[in-house]
Design a protein around this ligand. Sequence first.
Ligand code: FAD
Ligand code: MLT
Ligand code: ZN
Length: 479
Amino acid sequence: MTTDFIDRLRGIVGDRGLVTDEAAKHPYLTDWRENYLGAALAVVRPASTEEVAAVVKLCAAEGVAVVPQGGNTGMVGGGTPDRDGREIVLSLNRMNRILEVDPIGYTMTVEAGVVLKTIQDTAAEHDRLFPLSLAAEGSCTIGGNLATNAGGVQVLHYGNARQLVLGLEVVTPQGEIWDGLRALKKDNTGYDLRDLYLGAEGTLGIITRAVLKIWPKPKDVATAWIAVPSPEAAVALLSGAHAASEDNVTSCELMARQGIDLVLKHVPGAADPLAERHDWYVLLEWSSTRPRRPGANQTGLAEKMEAYLGEALEKGLVLDAALAQNEAQARAFWALRENHSESQKREGPSIKHDISVSVSRIPTFMEEGLAAMKKALPECRPVPFGHVGDGNLHFNCQAPEGWDKPRFMAHAEAISGAVYDLVVAYGGSISAEHGIGQMKVEELAHYRSRIELDTMRAIKRALDPDNLMNPGKILDPSA
Ligand code: FAD
Ligand code: MLT
Ligand code: ZN
C-alpha cells in the first residue's frame, strides 16, 4: 500500500509538494526544542486548499493520520508525528500568499502558511498594525498561531490570536472544505464553529485561510527598561500605568536577573541597559495612534512615561530605569526579552511551565512557586519571566549547571507536579498560551474536570470519529 499511497499523494501535490527522502524529512520530524523525534510516511506540502482537501480525503480513505504543521516553532510537540512512521506531516508552508488587504474595513485575508512577520510587515505597508507579536514571529505561521491561539507580548491590549480573527476556511477530517471565510464582526447564527478550530492544535481540522483583523498603526511609542524591587512592585507599576498612559499600555513583561544573565551569556552583542545589577526587571511599552509632532507643544508618550516613572521611583516601585531614546534602543531592550527562550535552549536542558494566574496574584504565586520548585530540586535554577500584564508567567526551570538531560528529567515530574498543583490551587491555568500538544496530555487529563474532558472528547469524536486528525495531541478521545 505504501508505494501506491505515495504515488497517489504525488498525483495530488506533484513532486514539489512531496518529501520522502529521510534527510529532507528530518526538520519536519522534530520540534524546536528537540524534545521529540517522530517518523512519517511522507511530508506533504500542498499548494492550495483544494490540494489539502484531496490529501486529507485520500488519508481518510486509507486510514492514515495527518499531522498539520506550520513553522514548527510550537513548544509542546503538537506538530511532531509519533514514532510509528504511519502518519503524514501536512505542512502548510507553500500556502504563503496574502490574498487581500482591506485597509478601509481593517481586515487582511491570508493563506495559513504565511509567516507572521510577513503579515506584520504587510499591515505596516498599509499604515496598519497586526498586533500579534512573539519571538518566533520570523518563522511561525498564522495557521500555527491560530491553531494554538497564540499569545505573545501585546495580549494585554489587543487580545490573544482568537481575538484577532474574523473568519476561517478549514479542511475537515473528512477532506471537506468549510468556507467560514467571513469578514463579519457580528454573526450569531448558531454554534461558533470558528471558535472550535482556534486553539484546537490541528486536532479538529486544518486551517487553510483566515480573515484577520488589523488596527491603526501606532504613531507614538515609548519603551522603558525598568529595574523593580519585586514582582509586587511590577504589578503595582502596571496597575498605575493604565491610567497614567491614558489606557495605552501595550506590553508589560517581567524578567528575573537569572534570565538576563543567560541572554548576556549566550547572545553576542547583548548589553545590560542599567549600570547596577538588579533582581527584577520590567519592559514597559506604551503606544498610541496619536502622532507625535516634533517641535509642537505637545506631551508625547515618552514625556508621560518619564513623569510616571519619576513618581514611581519616589514611591519605591522603581529602582532605576532607561527610557529608549530611539527605535534601535527600544529594539535592544526587546532583544533582551525576546532572547530568553533561545538562551535557555543554548544553556542546556530546561523545563517550561507556561502558566497563568490572575494578575494581582502574581506576587504571592511567584514567592510560593519559587519555593516549591526549590523544594522539589534544591539545585535547580528557576528562570521566571513573561507576560505579567496577562498574568502569564513562563515559570521555567533550568537544569543545574553540568547536568545532562536524563539526569535532570528524572526530577521533571516532581518539579512540574509541585508547580502545577500550586497553579491549580491559585485557580490558574497549566497552559496559558503554548497549548497541550503531546507534552501535557496527562496533565490536561489530570487537572481539567470530568465534565470539561467529557465535552472535549465528545467534540473530538463528533468531528473526527476515526481519530485521524493529529492523534495523540491534546487528549485521548477514547479515554
Ligand atoms: P507549529 O509549531 O507548526 O504547530 C503548532 C500546532 O498547531 C501543532 O499542533 C500543529 O499541528 C498545529 N497547526 C499548525 N498549523 C496548522 C494549521 N494550518 N491548521 C491546523 N493546525 C495547525 N507562543 C505564544 O503563544 N507566545 C509566545 O510568546 C511565544 N514565544 C515563542 C518564542 C520562541 C522563541 C518560540 C520558538 C516559540 C514561541 N511560542 C510562543 C510558541 C510558538 O511560536 C507558537 O505556538 C506559534 O503560534 C506556533 O506557530 P507555528 O506555525 O510554528 O506552528
Ligand atoms: C516567550 O514568551 O518568550 C515564550 O513563550 C516563552 C518560553 O519559551 O517559555
Ligand atoms: Zn510567551
